[in-house]
Design a binder for this molecule. Structure first.
Ligand SMILES: NC(=O)c1ccc[n+]([C@@H]2O[C@H](COP(=O)([O-])OP(=O)(O)OC[C@H]3O[C@@H](n4cnc5c(N)ncnc54)[C@H](O)[C@@H]3O)[C@@H](O)[C@H]2O)c1
Length: 356
């Protein structure tokens, strides 16, 4: 279908792919997957799971945040091919998209500190996501798009449900650039779905972690606390630490992501993936300290929010409504926070890699 509006996209879907898009899309018929952001935390674990399930995977990553070490054990697997490609490179992306049945779009620049530039967050997450959807549109491919709980912003409607209103802060606060760019990606997904018949699933991940998380800023508070406690340094607590989060072990997020890829009923839906175990930031530090049992005292460094975020108001509580995930995907997180922390600490302890 073509549109007359200036600048609007041409939505012609190739004849063969138009037929494919109306056919039943079972796991058996979609064994070729393109993962963007494959060297990142979620991407590399998804790669492991898909290879276990006999998928053929092409992975791309520009290695700006991801690590080759996360995928090194799979580089010799004949069912995996890695390309160090940037999603801003549309010409290469569209060639790689051709052979995929499904694109799982994870590549992103995540939340930023107020002192940093927001430009990469905006450009990669908006323009890069446009490129992914446009490449998918050209060949009629399904897209599973990684969005974030950040889009709920300061919504008071807990637990956050997929059809709830979203409450974002002012544009002068750079921290909102991440949520805004991801929301643009969500709207783009539904634009392509409505206008071009593209099969899309939007996943709103709530904070996840694993031994492959970044143990610096972008990995979130749990990996930062683990590193500080293992290195016997002060644990940085933003504000008074009473704000709560519901964090998820990566294996649970991967269960939900694979189910979203393989479930026809997920097409055209937004689905939360996370855990409902709510824990304050300060209690998370205490839990990690107890489980790590370093024999050293827990040292907390309370940092005023203004110093970290400027005028950004930290979100006080974040809990997902998981009823839709359970109904459509059969999703139920299996790991408690304590189990997730134990697994992460165990794996970090076995690894020779420095935490960074
Ligand atoms: N982990 C979480 O808690 C969480 C929560 C909400 C949403 N998400 C979303 O899930 C996705 C994966 O998150 P993650 O935790 O694995 O993040 P990550 O930072 O570990 O992985 C993202 C990957 O994208 C790559 N990348 C960045 N810019 C790129 C570009 N221009 N071209 C190609 N690759 C690029 C990075 O190098 C990195 O390997 C992201 O889209 C993120 O926004 C994650």
């Amino acid at each position: 279908m073509a549109r007359n509006i200036a600048g609007a996209i041409q939505c012609t879907v190739p004849a063969k792919d138009a037929e494919d898009s109306s056919s039943v899309n079972t796991a058996e018929t979609m064994k070729n997957v393109l993962i963007t952001g494959v060297a990142g935390m979620i991407g590399s674990h998804l790669l492991d799971r898909l290879l276990e399930r006999e998928y053929t995977v092409t992975g791309i990553d520009n290695l700006s945040f991801g690590k080759t070490a996360n995928i090194a054990h799979n580089l010799s697997n004949p069912k995996f091919t890695f390309y160090p490609v940037d999603i801003l490179d549309f010409d290469t992306l569209k060639i790689l998209a051709k052979d995929a049945d499904t694109i799982v779009h994870l590549a992103a620049v995540k939340k930023i500190a107020e002192k940093d530039s927001s430009m990469a967050t905006l450009k990669v997450n908006a323009k890069g996501t446009e490129n992914v959807f446009e490449a998918a549109r050209m060949w009629g491919k399904k897209v599973v798009y990684a969005s974030t709980s950040d889009v709920y912003g300061m919504s008071p409607d807990l637990p956050f449900s997929e059809d709830g209103d979203l409450l974002l802060g002012p544009s002068m606060v750079k921290r909102w650039s991440y949520a805004v760019a991801k929301l643009y990606g969500e709207q783009l997904a539904f634009g392509y779905h409505a206008d071009c018949g593209l099969r899309v699933v939007v996943l709103r991940y709530f904070g996840g972690f694993s031994p492959r998380s970044s143990f610096a800023w972008s990995g979130g508070h749990i990996p930062i606390f683990i590193r500080a406690i293992l290195e016997d340094r002060e644990v940085p607590i933003h504000g008074d630490g009473t704000q709560t989060r519901s964090m998820t072990y990566v294996d649970d997020l991967i269960d939900g992501t694979v189910a979203a890829m393989e479930t026809d009923a997920a097409v055209g839906e937004i689905i939360n993936l996370g855990s409902q175990e709510e824990m304050s930031v300060i209690d998370a530090a205490r839990l990690i300290h107890r489980v790590a049992a370093t024999g050293k005292e827990l040292k907390l460094n309370f940092i005023p929010l203004q110093e970290v975020f400027g005028n950004y108001k930290d979100i006080l509580r974040r809990i997902p409504d998981l009823r839709k995930a359970e109904r459509i995907l059969g999703y139920r997180p299996k790991h408690s926070m304590e189990e997730a922390i134990r697994k992460t600490l165990h794996s970090v302890g076995q690894s020779e890699r420095p935490l960074r």
